[in-house]
Design a protein around this ligand. Sequence first.
Ligand code: CTP
Ligand code: MG
Length: 250
Amino acid sequence: MEKAETKEEKIEKSRFAAIVLAAGKGKRMNSKVQKQFLLLDGKPLLWYSLAAFEKSNVEDVLLVTGKDEVEYCKTQIGEAYGFCKLRSVIPGGKERYHSVYEGLKMLALMGYGAGDFVLIHDGARPFVDQGIIGRVSEDVVRYGACVAGMPSKDTVKLADEENFARLTPARASVWTIQTPQAFSFNLIYGAYERMMSREEYQNGITDDAMVVEAMTDTRVKLTEGTYRNIKVTTPEDMDVAKAFLRGTVN
Ligand code: CTP
Ligand code: MG
């Protein structure tokens, strides 16, 4: 009888891709340059997540950006910094989920299918690290769908239409969700195709796990991220990011 594969063997045999998203307008940052290209310690914000995937178990990296920034990303980021795993830079779409869908279609063209995995990551999260990528890769092999996140430090309240507190969920069960969000390729591709087929399915989609939750029976595992893995969204997040970098020893 054949010996069952260990987790490490399965991770080694499976193909992993990363879709790095940088097609947003960065409106809440209020800056002239889109936030993904703002300099952080001399390098574009986007460089940090590309560098993390370059060092990781991920084989193929796709970058999704605005159609006017494709050429810039190819030459000034991909080539300039020598990212060997960056297979392609493609234009995204209006909403985040459109950009993700473009990335998934490209991976399908590259032969991604059954047995393969994809990590979907916000290029606006520069502090993704090998620990997070490792934990997410392990959990996606085990569960088929997982997202990085952390237990909420703040109490969370759901508001009614007039901004009065309506409900306070038990804090222990509230997580704030980050990226990478990782999935079996066929699971997420199928879920996205179904979601894209009807406009009414597309209301209020802010992450990829929601698509799997709504379109499939697969449960999405919450995997430990880090509290540092912030999304740079508003100007003060840039100050936090700079402070994190100053404190980094390695
Ligand atoms: N994103 C994308 N395509 C879009 C919208 C967003 O690829 N149509 C990406 C962003 O570039 C970012 C990530 O998705 O890396 C998370 O989105 P968010 O933080 O909302 O970024 P923006 O949409 O750029 O910012 P804002 O909402 O303030 O305009
Ligand atoms: Mg946005």
